[in-house]
Design a protein around this ligand. Structure first.
Ligand SMILES: [Zn+2]
Ligand SMILES: [Zn+2]
Length: 140
């Protein structure tokens, strides 16, 4: 995995301590909401404001380093830009996982049927993760 400083530099962003911390949290959590990011950041940067975090995240989105993931009936979460993937959300433990499946076919098909030129897509699947399935089986 590339160092956070290198990542920022590649995206023409200065490696400030706050941005480095945001990237390290995105690495650790995979997907994180602004509120969780804010609560974590405040442990290290007690004076940081929610507005500053939004500003940093938006700069990282504009430079193509971070992307917003819109989930149905949930607040958006943020992740580092990676290969196209779908999101699986567990109904029981609410974890969000990446599933790497080519979405080009789905998009192509949708364009063919609808005549739309598709600009953006957020595909989310809901289910019960293997861990929770195991737990349920043990409890039964
Ligand atoms: Zn689960
Ligand atoms: Zn993801």
């Amino acid at each position: 995995m590339k160092g956070s400083t290198v990542l920022l530099k590649e995206h023409e962003l200065k490696a400030t301590p706050q941005r480095l911390k945001i990237i390290s949290m995105l690495h650790t959590h995979g997907h994180i909401s602004i509120e969780d990011l804010y609560n974590e950041m405040r442990k290290e940067f007690p004076s940081v404001s929610l507005a500053t975090i939004y500003k940093n995240i938006n700069q990282m989105i504009q430079s193509g380093l971070v992307q917003e993931v819109k989930l149905p009936s949930q607040k958006p979460v943020y992740e580092l830009v990676k290969e196209p993937h779908l999101h699986m959300v567990c109904d029981k433990c609410h974890k969000i996982e990446d599933i790497v499946i080519g979405t080009e076919k789905i998009i192509e098909e949708a364009e063919k049927i609808s005549g739309y030129k598709i600009l953006e897509s957020f595909i989310t699947l809901r289910g019960i993760c293997p861990d929770c399935q195991k737990k349920a089986a043990e409890e039964a």
